[in-house]
Design a protein around this ligand. Sequence first.
Ligand code: AMP
Length: 348
Amino acid sequence: MSKPTLGIIGGGQLGSMLAVAANKLKVKTVIFCDDIQAPAQRFSNEFIHGHYNDQKKINEFVNKVDVITYEFENIPYETLSEINKVKPVIPKPSVNRIIQHRLAEKDFINKLNIRTTRYASIEKKSEVSSLQDLLPGLLKTTTLGYDGKGQHLINNVEDLDSINVDFSRGYILEKLVKLKKEISIIVTRFSDKKYEIYEPIENLHEDQILKYSSIPADISDKILDQSKMWAIQLAEELKYVGTLCVEFFIDRNENLYVNEIAPRVHNSGHLTINAYNISQFENHIRAVCKLDQIPLKKISNAKMTNIIGDQIIVYRNKKINSNEFFFDYLKKDIKDKRKMGHLTTLTK
Ligand code: AMP
């Protein structure tokens, strides 16, 4: 059977790693991105530069590919849905519609009796005063926030006076979880009850940006089993195809909560490139392009360090040991708080 040509929307580091994995499987890729300097164009067979609402460019892209996936979830639902009428978009756009909106996402998770932190929709500043039991809490934009962007810690109602928030954008107030630990689970679902799941990954954030991910996660068997079960349940309920990441909180009383779902390959799963026989990227390509499902085998424990901002300069000049794997995202500009690369260390 001939392999499909894969279209990837987005050309950052996740797009690069997807294109590298596709190359290995001899799947041709076309990247569509609004950044003319998108790093992923170095690894794809073709690159189309265009804005995500440029219908002519979208048509050009769609005509060149057989199936389409994406590296980030903030593409408008309408755009994905229109594309899906011509060529299959996987994961399907309806998944994206739920997950790109924090309220819809949390409602969906809670309906399945899976725990999240308590939350409320906020449309007006005055609503917060009747929600004292959600304080201290985090006020987050319902859409388009990541790495702590668009988030404010609210300890008491007066804190609202000192922040500049346009409530018409739509906000959610989330009760602050007293965090003991954060973990994530990466699962690739191929079809009904057919999936490959990676072991839980322990994540450490600095300034709300992921800094370190490691396996094995230092967690109880109960948390291990529950997190895997919930991740599989979420993937099944969404009838998801491809790689998905579920981010979890563990509080100081050993309660597990789903923080959020990422309908895509995920930063915490970068260590799967070196620590497993098949990476999260390769599994995503396999599932989306309907290639063989191969049982996962762990090769080693591992720790991944995100290289942020100008730390990349240090790593570019550093001697890399034989158990270390350095990935430079080849971004043209070095920016503060921007993920520039990562280092995976295989550990005992
Ligand atoms: P998010 O963009 O919502 O994933 O948030 C980024 C990071 O902020 C998380 O990984 C946590 O470290 C922290 N955070 C977000 N929401 C909460 C919460 N409700 N309680 C405690 N910490 C949170």
